[in-house]
Design a protein around this ligand. Sequence first.
Ligand code: CMC
Length: 441
Amino acid sequence: MLKQKGFAELKIGRKVYKLPIIVGTENEKAIDITNLRRDTGFITLDPGYGNTGSCCSSITFIDGEKGILRYRGIPIEELAGRVTFIETAYLLLHGALPSEQKLKTFSSLLNKNSLLHEDMRHFFDGFPRGAHPMHILGTMFNGLSTFYPNIDALSMKEDIDVTATRLISIVRTMAAFAYKKSIGEPPVYPRRDLPYCANFLNMMFDSPVKPYVLDPEIVKALNLLLILHADHEQNCSTSAVRIIGSAQVNLYATISAGISALSGPLHGGANQAVMDMLRKIERKGDMDYFIDKAKDKNDPFKLMGFGHRVYKNYDPRATIIKQTCHNVLKRLKIKDPLLDIALELEKRALSDSYFVEKKLYPNVDFYSGIIYKAIGIPENMFTVMFALGRLPGWIAHWKEMVESKDRKIARPRQIYVGKGLRHFKRDEKAAAVVALKVKGK
Ligand code: CMC
């Protein structure tokens, strides 16, 4: 709940301006500068938006200092392992866990909307061999705009559950089809008798010559990973979704922007980059080399899966994933040397003053790749898995933004530091070259 609690005073020259102080449910404080430029002529400058609240939201709460993450008020530790990803998606979208009846309706919509339009299947043929599945996914989402052109922010012509389930269901089908295409196997269609995660695994790994046997432990692990990725308030991709969506762009194209943002190695792409880094450490056999590299100010290398803009404490998702990693590997009787390297790297980094002083801890991406690898997901699909998990969060934020009465097109300002006024002066020689080209000489 938002409250206004007094004013902050801003003194510019001799003039004092009163800026409202607003306080959120968990006592998060902000200075409301909505009218700052109008009243003072000044704007604020905050590269990377580390001090800027872009909206008020009631979806997810994070306390980065204490390592707290809650969806709609419920601690992540209480959801993980107790509910399914689909129940979590419903919680994020509607603010409460579904009743039995509502869950049935939601699940049946997921089933109904799980097929990809057959004409879209041919799109996969146009991508070059080796194309990254995350970019295929983003392109396919943009393509969806042409099949469902009416889902724009203002009209909302259909029920949000229909829109949401179509997106959540289709993303899974597309991801599995993209994978099958990359390995040259025929696509496996969704099955009405299988729940969300089991259905995805079946589409990924079933084949006409080798039926896939579902392992409940793997299904459970996948549910957990997707739950942990389902939302994380105003991160880069969610902010992209809110910004693009604020221009009333079709929801599919909006989500495509979220997918693009998530693909970056500083964001969702970190899970794949972590595996790359662990393997390099294994090959070189010298962990200190990489730790020193990460600490070197003149080297762009960073410990992937470490650090976070908001968490200055252990990422609560990493705690759960680390434990799950041990359980899954034990259950599947897998010994992965990369896990030993990751554990050792964490131990060394957390006793190194550089990481301690900068409060750099393992984040959600540090251990997730090792579980994905253990359950058979190929590395170039790791970030796609993140997108599957994050989709309900993106839709929930889009819905919240669309329904907000304060909705405005997102349009930050800037401080111009380029050249001052100078007048047009033609370089006559260059102009002559251009003129010759136009004449085709
Ligand atoms: N390794 C080494 N040094 C680091 C690292 C790291 N992983 N992360 C931050 N630092 C240093 C950084 O160089 C800076 O040093 P200085 O103050 O001397 O300039 C200081 O710590 C503060 O870091 P920052 O870059 O200001 O932090 P940020 O909030 O801008 O960036 C981050 C956050 C996640 C982009 C960054 O920590 C990073 O690049 N980590 C590695 C990539 C990664 O794991 N990304 C996944 C993030 S979690 C999931 C998600 O959001 O998708």
